[in-house]
Design a binder for this molecule. Structure first.
Ligand SMILES: [Zn+2]
Ligand SMILES: [Zn+2]
Ligand SMILES: [Zn+2]
Length: 150
């Protein structure tokens, strides 16, 4: 049986540690309070893109060592594409501009809103599930996207 005062200080230390973990989680995931919300993460080393409700495990990056996860933003109905690295993200707002995989900042363009219609661009082969025809601007193959519904 451990002395009562020692027992109390251990519990206090544990509570502090728990509180610290909570604060850390809140800092990393801005809307963590809403519970089931999920977030887009991208590893800046291997470019793996994950949708998770907390920071993904760092182990086993394909590029060697640990993943270096960067939070792009919360999942949502807006389809954004970066005109530089062509990363597609369904977000609730403009994703983070930091760390474009093509260098410098991402240059996000709003393609449309998520839906049940499958579109494919005949020129650049980009596929999106949108509600209605996506924006035609900025086809990476040049000029406008040429969307076909399939
Ligand atoms: Zn990685
Ligand atoms: Zn980019
Ligand atoms: Zn296109």
């Amino acid at each position: 049986m451990m002395p009562e005062h020692l027992h109390i200080s251990l519990a206090a230390a544990r509570a502090r540690k728990f509180l610290f973990a909570l604060l850390l989680t809140a800092a990393l995931t801005p809307a963590a309070a809403s519970g089931s919300e999920s977030f887009h993460y991208i590893c800046l080393k291997c470019h793996r893109h994950l949708l998770q409700n907390s920071r993904p495990n760092v182990s086993y990056c394909k590029a060697g060592g640990n993943h270096n996860w960067h939070l792009l933003g919360p999942n949502g109905p807006m389809i954004h594409i970066c005109l530089k690295c062509r990363l597609l993200v369904n977000s609730s707002g403009r994703p983070s501009v930091s760390y474009c995989l093509a260098g410098g900042n991402h240059n996000w363009h709003l393609l449309g809103h998520r839906g049940h219609d499958n579109y494919c661009c005949r020129k650049c082969d980009l596929k999106v599930r949108a509600s209605g025809r996506p924006s035609v601007s900025y086809c990476p193959a040049g000029g406008n996207h040429d969307w076909i519904k399939y």
